[in-house]
Ligand binder design. Sequence first.
Ligand code: S3P
Length: 180
Amino acid sequence: MPDQRIISNLALVGFMGCGKSTVGRQVAGELHFEFVDVDTLIEAREGVSIAEIFSNEGERAFRKMECEVIAELADRKNLVIATGGGAIVNPENLTSLKQHALVICLWANAETIHKRTKHQSHRPLLQQDNPLSTIRKMLTEREPHYKQADVIVNTELRPQREVAAQVLHQFGESKRGGGS
Ligand code: S3P
């Protein structure tokens, strides 16, 4: 990691259902940045949904695509990037994002994530008999990775516009702090 980071972008990481895409879109609008969603870029490139990639090619193939797409964002500026919930489990992805972006993790507890995701069906990793216990287990495993973000914003008990305001504040602070 270079000593002097050039923060040109903002990256949102965190577990599924923490609001990365919704908050990301809102923040991008405020900053007049382009919003990019890593999963959407993968789907556009492959011409199929994330669920289809998982079922046809497996998670390993998906992780490789995710890593390639994240690496390609390094040359771009003025982006708000929403990553998939498992992206920064691969340290290569976090290192890549930190080279050009302030990395903010949106956090929620397992019960809240379960409430927010239980009626959705597009996430292959949560299509389980007992999604709450899967969420608990994955969240515990991933927590040390999420803690490597520059900033953690708790989304519990806060409307999404307040989460977005907090994210914008942190991004502004990183700029004032001489990060660019
Ligand atoms: C995943 C999260 C999903 C998507 C894929 C795997 C994960 O993105 O990348 O289903 O491993 O947590 P969201 O966090 O946007 O749901």
